[in-house]
Design a protein around this ligand. Structure first.
Ligand SMILES: Nc1ncnc2c1ncn2[C@@H]1O[C@H](COP(=O)(O)OP(=O)(O)OP(=O)(O)O)[C@@H](O)[C@H]1O
Ligand SMILES: [Mg+2]
Length: 469
C-alpha cells in the first residue's frame, strides 16, 4: 500500500460517535459507520483508525460539504493527489469554509508538488503520507476535533453573538469568519465582494484590526467619490504648485496608508485611465506625488471592495484584467442578509436594543407579524436597510411591540399569495423545530443552540406554533 497514487478525490468526514447520540449522551457502542463506495481508505487504512468515530465516506467534494453542514461535522479527512486537477479546486472551497478542520492524506510525490503543497499549507490542519501511521492519525483527528470544537463553541456562545465586530451566527457568517481568520494571517491583497449594505467595510476594518498591520493606519478611499481630475492627487498626493490651486503639498491616501491597510472602496468606479497607476503601485511598491519625480517607497496591504461584479466589468472592458488579477488574490464574499436565516431576527434585536437605548420610547420589542415580515422581506439594502427600518420604527412607533407596518414592511398575511407562503413557512418551522427538539431530548437550550436562535426566540416560536417542549 505504500506510495500508491490515487486518482480522484476521496473525502472522509468524521464525527465523534457520541456527538451523534440522539439525547447527547455518550453512545456506548461508539460504532464505526463506514460508507465507502470506492473502498480506498478501507483498503489502505487499518480498520482501527476510525474506531469510535461515526464515519461517512464520500467521493465528491459537494457531498462532503453537504454532510459537514448537515451533521455539524468538525473533522474531515481528504485523500488528495496531484493528479486530481479540478477536484483540487473544489477542496479549496471545502477547506476555506465553515468550522470543520481538514486533514490531508497524500503520497510523498504529491506533497512535493507545489500546487498540492500550497493547498495543504493554506487549508489543512495537518497532513499524513502513505503509508499512514494510524496511531498518529488518530491523535491528529483528536487534536483537530478539539480545535474545531473550541471554535464552534466560541461562535455559538450566546453571550458572544459577534465575531470581528459583526453580528451573526448563521452558516454563511461562520464561513465568512473562518475566511477572515485565514486572511489575517497573511499579507496578500484582498477583494471583498457583496451587495450594497452587506458589511464589506466592516470586513475590511476587521481584516486590518486583526492582522499584523493593526498598529499601522487604516485609510479608506471611496474610488467613486472623486471627479476624475482629482483622483490622481487624492491617491498619490501632490507637490505645492503641481497644478493650479495646489497651494500646499498634500500627502495622498496611498502614502498615508503606508505601514497599514489601504481600503479601496467601490474599486469598480475607478476610471479606467487611473487603473494603470494603481497597478504600478501594486507591482512596484513605489509612488510619485503629482508634480514630483522623487520615488517614495510604500509598504501597504490593499483591501478593495466592490458591489459590482468585477469580472463582468473586465468582460465589458471597464476594468483592467491585470488589475483585477492583482487585487483578487484573496477573495471574500459577504453573504446577502436574505441568506442569513435566524441572523435577521438576531440583528434586528441588537439594532433595536441599540436604538431603543438612545431614546426612551414605548417599544419593548417586535411583534410576531414584524418578525414574520423581517424573515420574508428580500432585503435589497441588506444590513443598512435593516438598521434604517428598525431605527425609523423605534423613533416613530407608539406601540409596545413593533409591527410590520412600523418597519414599513407588508404583513406577510396581507401580501398577495401571502397566506399560502406563510402557511408553508409555519409548517416548515414546525417540522424543523419538532425534529430538533426530539434530537435534543426536549432540551430548549440545546435546541435553540442547534437552530442558531436565542432561547427567547425559540420560546416565542413554540408559543406561536403551539408546540409543547
Ligand atoms: N453583521 C453585521 N453586524 C452588525 N452591523 C452590521 C453588519 N453588517 C453590516 N452592518 C452595519 O450595516 C451598515 C452597512 O455596512 P457596511 O458599510 O460595512 O456595508 P457595505 O457593504 O460597505 O455597504 P456599501 O456597499 O453600501 O458601501 C453599517 O452601519 C454596518 O455597521
Ligand atoms: Mg461600503
Amino acid at each position: 500500500m505504500a506510495g500508491r497514487s490515487f486518482r480522484g478525490l476521496q473525502v472522509v468526514a468524521v464525527m465523534r460517535a457520541q456527538d451523534s447520540a440522539v439525547d447527547g449522551s455518550a453512545d456506548a457502542s461508539r460504532a464505526l459507520v463506514a460508507f465507502d463506495p470506492i473502498g480506498r481508505c478501507a483498503e489502505h487504512l487499518e480498520t482501527s483508525t476510525f474506531q469510535g468515530w461515526k464515519t461517512w465516506y464520500v467521493d465528491r467534494a459537494d457531498d462532503a460539504r453537504e454532510i459537514v453542514q448537515r451533521e455539524g461535522i468538525l473533522v474531515g479527512i481528504a485523500v488528495i493527489d496531484r493528479t486530481m486537477g479540478k477536484d483540487l479546486a473544489q477542496l479549496e472551497a471545502l477547506g476555506a469554509d465553515g468550522i470543520c478542520e481538514w486533514i490531508a492524506i497524500a503520497n510523498a510525490e504529491s506533497i512535493a508538488d507545489s500546487v498540492v503543497r500550497n493547498l495543504v499549507v493554506r487549508l489543512f490542519h495537518d497532513y499524513h503520507t502513505w503509508p499512514v501511521d494510524s496511531i498518529r492519525l488518530r491523535q491528529c483527528i483528536g487534536h483537530a476535533w478539539g480545535k474545531a470544537r473550541l471554535r464552534r463553541d466560541a461562535f455559538r456562545d450566546d453571550s458572544q453573538p459577534e465575531q470581528y465586530g459583526m453580528i451573526g451566527r448563521s452558516a454563511p457568517m461562520l464561513a465568512l469568519y473562518r475566511r477572515i481568520e485565514r486572511i489575517v494571517q497573511v499579507d496578500a491583497p484582498v477583494l471583498i465582494a457583496g451587495e450594497s449594505g452587506s458589511g464589506k467595510e466592516l470586513v475590511a476594518r476587521a481584516i486590518h484590526r486583526h492582522s499584523l498591520r493593526s498598529k499601522g493606519p487604516f485609510v479608506a478611499v471611496n474610488c467613486g467619490a472623486f471627479p476624475s481630475g482629482l483622483i490622481q492627487s487624492e491617491l498619490f498626493g501632490h507637490e505645492r504648485g503641481a497644478f493650479t490651486g495646489a497651494h500646499q503639498r498634500k500627502t495622498g491616501s496611498i502614502e498615508a496608508a503606508s505601514g497599514g491597510v489601504l481600503f479601496l472602496d467601490e474599486i469598480g468606479d475607478l476610471p479606467i485611465e487611473h487603473q494603470v497607476n494603481l497597478l504600478r503601485v501594486l507591482q512596484e511598491r513605489i509612488i510619485h506625488r503629482v508634480g514630483s519625480t522623487q520615488a517614495i517607497d510604500v509598504d501597504l496591504r490593499v483591501v478593495a471592495a466592490s458591489h459590482v461584479d468585477l469580472q463582468q466589468a473586465v468582460d465589458a472592458g471597464r476594468f483592467r484584467e491585470d488589475l483585477h488579477y492583482r487585487l483578487n488574490v484573496l477573495h471574500v464574499e459577504v453573504p446577502p442578509l436574505r441568506d442569513r436565516g435566524a441572523d435577521i431576527a438576531l440583528l434586528a434585536e441588537r439594532l433595536f436594543q441599540r436604538f431603543a437605548s438612545e431614546r426612551r420610547g414605548n417599544a419593548k420589542g417586535f411583534g410576531d407579524d414584524a418578525l414574520r415580515a423581517l424573515e420574508a422581506h428580500h432585503w435589497p439594502g441588506n444590513v443598512r436597510e435593516l438598521a434604517n427600518r428598525v431605527h425609523q420604527a423605534v423613533v416613530m412607533s407608539e406601540r409596545r411591540l413593533l409591527s410590520a407596518a412600523d418597519l414599513g414592511l407588508a404583513s406577510v398575511e396581507d401580501s398577495p399569495g401571502g397566506h399560502s407562503l406563510s402557511h408553508a413557512r409555519l409548517s416548515l418551522d414546525r417540522s424543523i423545530i419538532d425534529r430538533s427538539l426530539r434530537m435534543n431530548g426536549n432540551n430548549v437550550t440545546r435546541t435553540a443552540r442547534q437552530l442558531g436562535i436565542s432561547r427567547v426566540t425559540l420560546h416565542r416560536m413554540l408559543n406561536r406554533l403551539n408546540i409543547r417542549a
